[in-house]
Design a protein around this ligand. Structure first.
Ligand code: AMP
Length: 577
């Protein structure tokens, strides 16, 4: 298939407004591939999501808009002024390229474009910038104008066809079986490897049986299992009966993949965080007795002197790309392992109890990895006792786990149930936030046009809006659709002057709409500007924010909760460790 023809499909998907329509267009695309092309269907899948590989592989082009601007100038022979003017009117370098490209030959095959893009992402060393610009300029001349638009958008990470994972899964099922019946099997395999291209590849090269029998692969992150919540020990026992109870550690989740001496760590949202946590990486080599394993745990920072675990606010400072050595000394980590997903073989289908049994014999003694202790609770009273102990030890609460449950990749259900201290209310009141932007989101939510909202509170002193949360929970599908319509009325091209934000949403909105937000508590955060007094100092953030109201038409943006109020609530919460 020519890239030119793929671009036409992309255009159709882009202009489709409904997910069903998009699914049908993608299915048609997959069906059109001949048998040779189907062997490289993964490339088409990645490209259709604006990527070269699944997100956890961290492919980056490292080309800013400025460099793209230069490449367009070189490819089209147009002046920088012309390009600047076109950009100011179109607001998108993809469209600028399309408009200014002559009649590009468009002879390149999809695989050729894919390979060139891969090559571009790998340039390094001296003179890289110049080489990248020249290389891209040549590519832009060789694809069709429409193709050039999509090439530019892919490089800028702004393809935005709105093709979410569920759409691709449905389209694969449709293309292969003319119905959506294969979706559960495809989804299960996807949850186990987080790689849609790989799943498509297996489907078309080996068939649906191979997809059904798919097993986890060390090195491919498994989409994490999540916990449902209930609000009392009684409710939990009523729901799942005798269960295992573990402390709920308030740190960050690490899924560790060990393949011989090669260790990779993935975060809850599948980001590769290996380089951030060198002590976990080396402990996995030293402390894990078997050659190949995948395990999950919660990482907590501790005080090297007292050996006591620290609060989330401290632990979170380890999530950084720079000064890792310094932070490692100040805030060394312990990983409390709570599950084992692979030990020479896929363990996700066996019960929690069996997985735990294998886990109990897995570790050598050491400073970093520890197995999280478990108590079996036979009654609500016993469960409540463990909860109290956990709280007394400074933990966030407990997670109760069904003894016979498999590891449900990518699922939030009652196999795991969390019971947290904060439900009894460290932050009882809701916060009124102004929405200043939104993110398209990934997966299912992207099909509604909004994945999460960028929320601010009001700084009365500066008369500006300061960010305090990115909110992805609380809205139903219906709400999201309604919300999008309403919020889009406020859409603008760039960051409004009255908004102070270090975060760049996909869509900026003029501050107007207020929503009520519930959160577990207020924490310090380097990414938000609320309460941030100076460069390098943290601001405040809402922890686990979720909307609990629609748009409050009775409130103006200036009626939102203020930075001063947030600061007061924070100091009332006190410091906890
Ligand atoms: P939630 O993210 O609200 O669904 O709560 C589940 C999160 O709690 C997981 O993603 C883990 O990061 C964290 N967690 C802390 N301790 C445990 C534990 N013992 N078992 C499972 N998850 C835990």
């Amino acid at each position: 298939m020519k890239f030119k023809d793929l671009s036409v499909f992309f255009q159709k998907v882009e202009s489709a407004s409904k997910r069903l329509e998009m699914t049908a267009i993608l299915a048609e695309l997959f069906q059109q591939l001949d048998s040779e092309e189907r062997q490289r269907i993964n490339e088409i899948i990645y490209l259709s999501q604006g990527q070269l590989l699944p997100a956890f592989r961290n492919v980056e082009f490292g080309m800013s808009e400025k460099l793209i601007h230069k490449a367009i100038a070189e490819a089209t022979g147009r002046s920088h002024d012309d390009i600047g003017k076109a950009f100011r009117s179109l607001g998108d370098y993809g469209e600028v390229t399309q408009q200014l490209s002559g009649s590009g030959a468009g002879k390149l095959e999809v695989t050729e474009v894919y390979e060139r893009l891969s090559e571009l992402s790998k340039f390094s060393g001296e003179g890289t910038v110049k080489k990248k610009v020249e290389f891209l300029a040549v590519l832009l001349r060789e694809v069709s104008p429409l193709g050039a638009k999509y090439v530019v958008r892919i490089i800028l990470g702004k393809l935005r066809l709105g093709v979410g994972d569920p759409t691709v899964l449905d389209a694969l099922s449709l293309a292969y079986s003319k119905s959506k019946q294969l979706r559960p099997a495809l989804e299960r395999a996807y949850n186990l490897c987080s790689d849609l291209g790989l799943v498509a590849d297996i489907l078309f090269s080996k068939g649906i049986k191979a997809v059904e029998e798919f097993k986890v692969i060390v090195g491919c992150p498994i989409r994490v299992a999540l916990a449902a919540r209930l609000s009392s020990a009684e409710e939990i026992i009523d729901k799942i009966g005798v269960c295992a109870v573990e402390a709920k550690y308030d740190g960050f989740r690490c899924q560790v993949h060990k393949k011989g001496d090669e260790v990779q760590i993935f975060s809850r949202n599948l980001e590769n965080t290996t380089s951030m946590f060198p002590e976990i990486e080396s402990a996995a080599r030293k402390q894990i007795k078997i050659k190949n394993a995948i395990f999950e745990g919660e990482a907590l920072a501790y005080d090297p002197q007292t050996k006591e675990c620290l609060a989330f606010q401290e632990t979170v400072q380890r999530k950084r790309k720079y000064d890792i050595d310094i932070m490692q000394k100040r805030f060394p980590l312990k990983l409390f392992i709570f599950d084992l997903l692979f030990a020479g073989d896929d363990l996700t289908r066996i019960s929690y109890e069996q997985r735990r049994k294998v886990l109990s014999g897995l570790l050598r003694k050491g400073d970093v990895l520890e197995i999280s202790p478990v108590t079996i609770a036979h009654s609500a009273g016993e469960l409540a006792d463990v909860f109290e102990e956990a709280i007394a030890a400074g933990r966030e609460g407990i997670v109760a786990k069904r003894l016979d449950s498999p590891y449900q990749a990518g699922g939030r259900n009652f196999n795991w149930i969390k019971l947290k201290r904060s439900y009894s209310g460290t932050l009882n009141d809701t916060i009124d936030c102004v929405i200043v932007g939104y993110f398209f989101g990934k997966g299912l939510r992207s099909s509604f046009g909004i994945g999460s909202l960028l929320a601010c509170v009001y700084d009365q002193n500066e008369q500006r809006y300061k960010t305090i949360a990115k909110i992805g929970s609380g809205l139903s599908e219906e709400d999201l659709k309604q919300f999008k319509k309403k919020l889009d009325e406020m859409k603008i091209k760039s960051q409004p002057k009255e908004v102070d934000s270090l975060i760049q949403p996909d869509v900026w909105l003029t501050p107007k709409f207020v929503v009520e937000v519930q959160a577990d508590e207020i924490t310090r955060s380097p990414v938000h500007t609320c309460g941030k007094k100076a460069e390098g100092e943290p601001g405040f953030a809402l922890r686990f924010p979720r909307t609990v109201s629609g748009i409050r038409i009775d409130k103006n943006s200036e009626d939102a909760t203020t930075v001063d109020e947030i600061s007061k609530i924070f100091s009332m919460q006190g410091r906890r460790t």
